[in-house]
Each structure stands twice: as structure tokens, then as C-alpha cells.
Design a binder for this molecule. Structure first.
Ligand code: ATP
Ligand code: MG
Ligand code: MG
Ligand code: MG
Length: 484
């Protein structure tokens, strides 16, 4: 089943059950200083859940575009984490509660494909419930799931809150057993690769008090209304229904991966097993490329442009990771003109604006790639010289200062320095590099603090003055010939 069809079935199942279809909010989160990007379907409904606004409907359904940057290091290594992904979600604002949410989910997941459902084998489904949530367990039992496949888990996994005072409550996650080829038997607590989490049902029923401890915060009491917030990973469900090993192999992503493999001359999957832990490093890189190119497309499509801070910096980092991965796979030229149009063709059936705005999107993307490639070229020349110097002086280790200079002045990533040095049989003084990075961070923090308090730390100027005496600025009339 195509991803677009999974999405369509989700929407029509809930629409048929009285839910209003609400379009996705744009990726850049608005009105929230704590959130750069929308990371869940519920984000656009927060004012309803908090009781600050009255919703125009009591049931809603959406497919929300999401970005989760904290998941970026998992991409390609697990079978289930994208930087960009789409979250199907159904919501009840003081309408149905646990019973309704669980029955509606179960119906859709187990209804035969011929009747509009997803047709999953009920015996492969493992729900989890919060430690003391006997009510949710009883509902799962009533529906027909045997006790041995219902797992109780603690706060970290099965209790949802926004991390601040407000609504919170236990949740029930739904996992699919992909079978022994993917890992050890025993349920979601044993192997999260074999048992794939695809849906989270959140029962918002309590009010959370203040406190920063994730595991231990006060519950002030019951909410005036009981709400439901659910999130099903569209790509995860598509990967199950398409019988592929991971979400980079579904119809909306795989063509990008294939084009990257073709470009770099790699044969994807040639050396890997089914489980994510059995992946060859080249396969991981191909998945990273596919994920990040798609993510960049969606971000620029929603108006984000590369920059040195904020949302634009996240985009820049994602694009650079993609370009680096392509180079490590062996392709040194521009890659985005080959990959971005493939991503557009994958995604524009669901998001037609990507096709109509492709000229704008691609001009940002290609310019960014060109700039990064020249950074890489400049840095590589300097690195090669430094390596030659280190060698000729009989050293086996590139200084931390050089690695830091490359990073700081040329924007040259440390992992690339490490890799190129290693190819030449040299080590890098990583401790020294890290010390300089830490110094720089401390300086940046002090600067930020100074901006906030209005007090600038002038001691650096004092040091210069003490060392060299007063100087006269001659830069208006003279140009220094000294090179840096
Ligand atoms: P995981 O434990 O696998 O990281 P999660 O518990 O963090 O997932 P939730 O916050 O419960 O995820 O989000 C709801 C649903 O969204 C998940 O059940 C999953 O199907 C999907 N999802 C979450 N993160 C991602 C991601 N990075 N890529 C793709 N789908 C995701
Ligand atoms: Mg997660
Ligand atoms: Mg989880
Ligand atoms: Mg979850």
C-alpha cells in the first residue's frame, strides 16, 4: 500500500467517525519560543487542550508534517527515525476518551485491507499501558488482546506531558511484531527494532504542576475535560504495509536513496541484514542522504532558508550532513541537482506546492551546496598543507589548534578532518580540539550573558592594552599587507 493511500485511509476512517479533517500546520512552529519546528500533530491544537480557546469541533483528524532534530543521530541507524516525517493523528476535545480512542485505533489497524483498513494480524500487536492504568489494560483485554501481550511501562515511556505545567496523562503505545528476522523475542521492552512502535494514544486527564524532573513531577488533579491526542507515524505504518525493513525504503523515500546509490556507484543492501543493527555503513549513509534531502526539500518548501542561527541553521546542518554523506560515498560533485528533483517527485503528489515552487526551493538548495563545496575545497587545501607539515616535522598527530582553526574559520567539520587525517595515517589531537571548542562556547555564553545584562566584559581589551600600550587606528588611510 502506497504511503499516500495509508494517509487517505487514516483520514477517511476518522472522518467517517465524526472527525473534522484539519490541514497540517506549516513546519516552522509559531507562537512558541520553546519550539523551532512542529514535532507532533497536537502542536496546533495546544490552545484547545489548555482550554485557552474553544475548538470549533470536538473531534479532529490531521496528517501533520513534523521535524524532530533530536532524532537526527538515529537516522539511518534505526529502522524508524526520520528527521522529517508525517504524523497521522486523531483528537478528541472533551469528547470520547480511552475506550473510544482504543476501539477506533484497533478497528482501523485490524480491519481487512479490502474493507478500507490496514489488515494487520491481531496476534502481532503489542499494546503498552502506563504502570497503574488498569482501565486501559481492561479495554485492551475486552477488545481481545491477551494479557501476555499487554506490557506495562513507567513514566519515561508511557506518561505524556509537555514538560511544563499543563495537561498530561498516561498513554498507550501500539507496537507491531516484525518477527524473528528483526531481533529477540519478548515484547517492546526487549527489542524496539523487532517490535516497532507505530502509534501512541495519549489520554490527557490530569493537570501537571511545576518541576523539571521528567520522572517525578506533581499532579495537581483532574482536568475539567478529558482529551485524546494520538500520533501514528505515517512512514512507520507504510513500512509495515509495504513489507520493507525501514522507513527509508518506502515509496516516498526509496527513489531518493536509489538515485544516491546510482550516483555514487554503491549497491544498497548488498551487505546488510534485515535488522537495523546489521547495516553496512554505506547503507546507513545512503539512508541519511535520502532522509536529509527530503527534509531539506520540506523545510525550504515551508519557507525556511539556510542561515547561521535558528531554524535556518538547522536546515544548513541537515544539508551539510547530506552533502558530506554523499562525498563519503565517493561522489565529489554537486549532488543536489541530481537528488532534489527526485525528492520533489516523491512528495509533490501529496504536497503540490513543492512542484509549483520548485524553482525557488531548488535555487536556495543549490546555492547552499555550492557554498559548502567551496568551503570543503578551501578547507581541504589547508588541511593537506597541515598534514604535510606535521609529517615533515616527524609528528604523527595533527594539532588541536589546526583542527579548531579549520572548524572555526573555514566551517570545516571535525569528522571530516578526522577522516582525512586518518587516511594519511595521522591522528588528531581531539582533546585539544575539544578544549578550544569549550573555550569558545564559554566565550559565546559570556557574550550572550553580557548582551542580556547590558554589561560587557572588557577585560580582554584591558589585557591588550596592558601588553601593547595604546594604539592608534590607521585603517581608514592604510591597508595592512600582513596576511592572516
Ligand atoms: P520512538 O520511541 O520510536 O522514538 P516516540 O515514542 O518518540 O518514538 P511519539 O512521541 O510517541 O514517538 O510520537 C508518536 C508517533 O510518531 C510514534 O509512535 C511514531 O510512529 C512516530 N514517530 C515519532 N518519531 C518519529 C521519527 N523520528 N520518524 C518517524 N516517525 C516517528
Ligand atoms: Mg522518539
Ligand atoms: Mg517511544
Ligand atoms: Mg511514543
Amino acid at each position: 500500500m502506497k504511503t499516500a493511500e495509508v494517509k487517505r485511509r487514516y483520514l477517511s476512517h476518522f472522518e467517517a467517525n465524526g472527525h473534522t479533517v484539519v490541514p497540517s500546520a506549516p513546519l516552522p512552529a509559531i507562537d512558541d519560543p520553546n519550539l523551532l519546528f512542529v514535532n507532533a500533530g497536537m502542536v496546533q491544537f495546544v490552545p484547545y487542550f489548555l482550554g485557552q480557546q474553544t475548538p470549533p469541533y470536538r473531534r479532529a483528524v490531521s496528517v501533520q508534517k513534523c521535524i524532530r532534530t533530536p532524532d537526527i543521530d538515529e537516522v539511518g541507524k534505526t529502522s524508524r527515525h526520520g528527521t522529517f516525517f508525517q504524523m497521522n493523528g486523531n483528537f478528541s476535545f472533551g469528547d470520547y476518551f480511552k475506550d473510544g480512542a482504543i476501539s477506533l485505533a484497533w478497528d482501523l489497524v485490524t480491519k481487512p485491507v479490502a474493507e478500507g483498513g490496514f489488515g494487520l494480524d491481531p496476534e502481532r500487536i503489542w499494546p503498552t499501558v502506563y504502570l497503574d492504568d488498569d482501565e486501559a489494560e481492561a479495554i485492551w483485554r475486552k477488545i481481545g488482546v491477551p494479557a501476555e501481550r499487554i506490557v506495562r511501562r513507567g513514566k519515561a515511556d508511557n506518561f505524556w506531558s509537555m514538560g511544563i505545567p499543563g495537561p498530561c496523562g498516561p498513554c498507550s503505545e501500539i507496537y507491531y511484531d516484525r518477527g524473528p528476522a528483526y531481533g529477540a523475542e519478548g515484547g517492546p521492552a526487549v527489542d524496539e527494532d523487532r517490535y516497532l512502535e507505530f502509534w501512541n494514544l495519549v489520554f490527557m486527564q490530569f493537570e501537571r504542576g511545576p518541576g523539571t524532573d521528567k520522572e517525578n513531577f506533581p499532579i495537581l488533579g483532574d482536568l475539567p475535560a478529558q482529551n485524546i491526542d494520538t500520533g501514528m507515524g505515517l512512514e512507520r505504518m507504510a513500512s509495515i504495509l509495504q513489507g520493507v525493513d525501514n522507513l527509508y525504503e518506502i515509496d516516498e523515500v526509496r527513489p531518493i536513496l536509489d538515485r544516491a546509490a546510482e550516483l555514487t556507484g554503491k549497491r544498497y543492501g548488498a551487505h546488510s541484514g534485515h535488522a537495523a543493527s546489521e547495516s553496512h555503513p554505506d547503507d546507513v549513509r545512503l539512508r541519511v542522504v535520502a532522509d536529509h534531502v527530503r527534509t531539506a526539500l520540506m523545510l525550504i518548501g515551508d519557507g525556511v532558508t539556510p542561515a547561521n542561527e535558528g531554524r535556518g541553521y538547522v536546515l544548513r546542518r541537515i544539508m551539510r550532513r547530506a552533502i558530506r554523506a554523499v562525498r563519503l560515498l565517493g561522489w565529489q560533485d554537486r549532488a543536489l541537482p541530481e537528488l532534489l528533483p527526485v525528492a520533489r517527485d516523491c512528495m509533490s503528489p501529496s504536497y503540490p506546492e513543492l512542484a509549483t515552487e520548485f524553482e525557488r526551493i531548488s535555487s536556495y538548495a543549490y546555492a547552499e551546496e555550492d557554498a559548502f563545496l567551496s568551503t570543503l575545497r578551501a578547507g581541504t587545501t589547508i588541511l593537506d598543507t597541515a598534514i604535510a607539515q606535521t609529517r615533515s616535522s616527524g609528528g604523527a598527530r595533527l594539532s588541536g589548534a589546526k583542527a579548531f582553526q579549520l572548524h572555526d574559520t573555514y566551517g570545516f567539520p571535525i569528522d571530516l578532518t578526522l577522516e582525512i587525517a586518518a587516511e594519511q595515517g595521522l591522528q588528531v589531537d581531539q582533546d585539544g580540539f575539544r578544549r578550544l571548542m569549550a573555550d569558545q562556547r564559554a566565550r559565546a555564553k559570556a557574550d550572550a550573558q553580557a548582551r542580556k545584562t547590558g554589561h560587557v566584559d572588557l577585560s580582554a581589551y584591558r589585557t591588550v592594552l596592558d601588553a601593547g600600550g595604546p594604539v592608534q587606528f590607521t585603517g581608514y588611510t592604510e591597508v595592512s599587507r600582513e596576511s592572516s
